[in-house]
Ligand binder design. Sequence first.
Ligand SMILES: CC(C)(COP(=O)(O)OP(=O)(O)OC[C@H]1O[C@@H](n2cnc3c(N)ncnc32)[C@H](O)[C@@H]1OP(=O)(O)O)[C@@H](O)C(=O)NCCC(=O)NCCS
Length: 185
Amino acid sequence: MLMEAHSSREAPEAFRLRQAEAADFEGLRSLWALFEGTTMTGVDSPGGFGLFLGRNPGMSFVAVESEGDRSERCRIVGSVLGGHDARRGYVYHLAVHPDFQDLGIARRLMELVESAFSEAGLEKAHLFVYTDNPAIGFYERIGWHLRSDIHVMSKLLDGDADPAHPPPEAGERGHAGSNTERGRS
Ligand SMILES: CC(C)(COP(=O)(O)OP(=O)(O)OC[C@H]1O[C@@H](n2cnc3c(N)ncnc32)[C@H](O)[C@@H]1OP(=O)(O)O)[C@@H](O)C(=O)NCCC(=O)NCCS
């Protein structure tokens, strides 16, 4: 599936939106590595990514530069991963390359994943966002609402959790990808 999309601004760059493919993983990892707010975990591996796409077909999307030969694999400049458990949809790894922000790419990506959820019969979707991430303003702008009635509870299932040593508080945490509570959200 290919979706044409061009910026309404005067920006010289244009982009295309399409479904994510397993072969996109390296390009996606390069994109995600730009943002501390995009937590990389053990499932962010080529195998884990392929498994995620296989379990949630047609729910993850990328934005690619539209320049160049379309037979080539163009640079990935935006992403969103959608998954579901047959009850709720979940959104992961929304990101847009800084050079391509404010062009409406994230809005379009979210529209695609929300439509995919609706077509699958899902009535509601959730996402996780760190409390200090400015992206909250974006999500509110496109109609998501911040919950004040729910806490997220988490548990590492590999025996790594040590109740005597709770995870560090904000400010002491490592960056995304480190082996902290935040890095393994
Ligand atoms: C958040 C992010 C995905 C937005 O991407 P984007 O492509 O620049 O967003 P869009 O251009 O689609 O913005 C759509 C609208 O939201 C607004 N918006 C964008 N970021 C916003 C923010 N941080 N706060 C408030 N509004 C915001 C835009 O101004 C635009 O408003 P409009 O309706 O008047 O046009 C991008 O800033 C990003 O990649 N951030 C880093 C990664 C990240 O933290 N992702 C979230 C992980 S949970």
